[in-house]
Design a protein around this ligand. Structure first.
Ligand code: APR
Length: 271
C-alpha cells in the first residue's frame, strides 16, 4: 500500500511523458528529430551561435504547440497533491511548457527553463515573459544592450537551473516519484540513484525507464490514467483537463520488476 505519512517529504520529478496526453510530443517520440535536425543541433549554444533564426523557429513551433495544449488529469492530480502536502512536496520538472501552472501547481521548479520566457544572451537582465513567435521574416529580437534575445531554456551543454535547491530537496525527501521521463538525460536521470536506499522510489509511465533498476516500484501506464488513482479519491480533475471527459482511469498496473506490487484505488492515504 502506498501511503504518504505526516512525516514524509515528497519529491516529484516530471518529464515529457506527463504532457504527452496533452498532445505535446515526447523527445524520444519524435525520434529525436525536428525537420531532420537532431534536437541537440537546435537546442545547444553552438546551434544558437551558428543559426539563431533556426533556433527561434524551433522554439516558436514549440510555443505554438504548447499554447494549443491543455493540462491533462495527471497535471491536475499533481496540483491537488501539492495543495494537500504544501511545503512537504517539492515539484521539479524537465518540461518547459506551462501545463503544471495552468493546472494549479504553484511551486514547480523548471530545471530546463521555461518556454514562455526569454532572456538576453549578453547582459544580466532577468528573464521575462514572452509569448511571441520569432519566425522568418521576423528578425531575431535584440536587447537594449545590443545582445540577442534567446529562449530561457537550458540547452544541451548548459547547467540546469536550481540545482542547489534540487539537491537540498533530494537530501530531505523520503518518497521520490518520477513520472514520464526516460531516465537517460542527466542530471535528472541520476536523482533516483541519489535517494535510493533512503527514500521509497516510484516510477510512473507506460514503459520501464532506462534507470528502472533504481526504482523500488514501477507503475506501468499513462500518467493521466495512473496518477489520479495512485493519489486516491481526493484527486479531482479540473474543467480545463484535456480529454478528461473521455478518460476512464484504470487501476495502476504494477511494474515488471521484482518487488513491484499492485496498488489498488484509494490506497494512497494522505495523512
Ligand atoms: N504518460 C507517462 N509517460 C509517458 C507517456 C504517458 N502518456 N507517454 C510517453 N511516456 C514516457 C515514455 O515512455 C518515455 O519514457 O515519457 C518518457 C519520455 O521520454 P523523453 O522523450 O526522453 O523525455 P524526458 O525524459 O522528459 O527528456 C528529458 O531530454 O531532450 C531533453 O531537455 C529535454 O527535458 C528533456 C530531457
Amino acid at each position: 500500500m502506498l501511503t504518504v505519512s505526516s512525516t514524509d517529504r515528497v519529491f516529484i520529478l516530471t518529464g515529457a511523458g506527463l504532457s504527452a496526453d496533452s498532445g505535446i510530443p515526447t523527445f524520444r517520440g519524435l525520434g529525436g528529430l525536428w525537420r531532420n535536425h537532431r534536437i541537440e543541433e537546435v537546442a545547444s549554444p553552438l546551434a544558437w551561435h551558428r543559426d539563431p533564426q533556426l533556433v527561434w523557429e524551433f522554439y516558436s513551433m514549440r510555443r505554438r504547440v504548447a499554447s494549443a495544449a491543455k493540462p491533462n488529469p495527471a497535471h491536475f492530480a499533481l496540483a491537488k497533491l501539492e495543495s494537500v502536502l504544501q511545503d512537504r512536496l517539492f515539484g521539479c520538472t524537465q518540461n518547459v511548457d506551462n501545463l503544471h501552472e495552468r493546472a494549479g501547481s504553484r511551486t514547480v521548479l523548471h530545471m530546463h527553463g521555461q518556454l514562455f520566457k526569454s532572456r538576453c544572451d549578453t547582459c544580466s537582465r532577468p528573464p521575462f515573459d514572452d509569448t511571441n513567435l520569432w519566425e522568418p521574416p521576423a528578425e531575431v529580437p535584440r536587447c537594449q544592450c545590443g545582445g540577442r534575445i534567446r529562449p530561457h531554456i537550458c540547452w544541451f551543454g548548459e547547467v540546469p537551473f536550481g540545482l542547489d535547491r534540487i539537491n537540498r530537496a533530494l537530501d530531505q525527501c523520503t518518497l521520490f516519484i518520477a513520472i514520464g521521463t526516460s531516465g537517460v538525460v542527466e542530471p535528472a536521470a541520476s536523482f533516483v540513484a541519489q535517494v535510493s536506499g533512503r527514500a521509497r522510489t516510484i516510477y510512473v509511465g507506460p514503459e520501464n525507464p532506462a534507470n528502472a533498476s533504481s526504482f523500488t516500484e514501477c507503475y506501468l501506464g499513462k500518467a493521466g490514467e495512473v496518477l489520479p488513482n495512485l493519489f486516491g479519491s481526493f484527486v479531482e480533475t479540473g474543467s480545463e483537463a484535456a480529454g478528461s471527459d473521455k478518460r476512464s482511469p484504470s487501476d495502476p498496473v504494477p511494474g515488471n520488476r521484482p518487488g513491484s506490487q499492485v496498488v489498488h484505488k484509494n490506497d494512497f492515504g494522505i495523512k
